[in-house]
Design a protein around this ligand. Sequence first.
Ligand SMILES: Cc1cc2nc3c(=O)[nH]c(=O)nc-3n(C[C@H](O)[C@H](O)[C@H](O)COP(=O)(O)O)c2cc1C
Length: 186
Amino acid sequence: MRLLVAITGASGSLYAQRLLDNLDAGQHEIRVVLSRYAPVVIAEEMPGGLRLPPGAIEHNLKSMNAPFASGSNAPDAMVIIPCSMGTLGRIAHGYSEDVLLRAADVVLKERKKLILVPRETPLNLIHVKNFELLIQAGATILPANPSFYTRPQTVEAVVDTVVARVLDHLGVEHELAGRWKEEREV
Ligand SMILES: Cc1cc2nc3c(=O)[nH]c(=O)nc-3n(C[C@H](O)[C@H](O)[C@H](O)COP(=O)(O)O)c2cc1C
């Protein structure tokens, strides 16, 4: 699979890190792009910085010289994790002024898989209307809402309950979080 992971300036950089930790660049082509504000939030939330898996390729936000900037070379899937409401709104309204936004536009028009992982809470009507537009355009909104029925014991394990759902939607096999009714009877 040819996969583009985009990271924005929403809280939850760890979601992006755990997704990258669970993608094998030997098996998939992994490209990464950061929004303008992503580095600010990453510095705040992960002082050690973002670790890319060996073999992953990072792209410059301001260069359109990336394969995924064109419908002729669209990725199979794009995940925006975490996704700020700003980026989400810009995609919903067709802004394409940087390569992250352009890639999302391309993925939608080429009917590939676009997964957005917003964290924002609470939501206002503008957010909800943008969700509606994006779902109508074919995107998947997969909010960073962790689950607790597997009794996660660490921050990473909580984060992984969301990352597991992202991997499920990508069709990537994983053993990150148990599935409902796979646990022992209670
Ligand atoms: C520490 C921190 C946390 C933030 N968390 C969120 C968030 O969860 N959701 C959101 O929409 N914006 C959040 N923001 C604000 C965005 O970074 C800001 O709206 C920015 O313009 C988003 O730009 P981008 O979409 O290009 O990344 C946060 C900012 C900071 C500094």
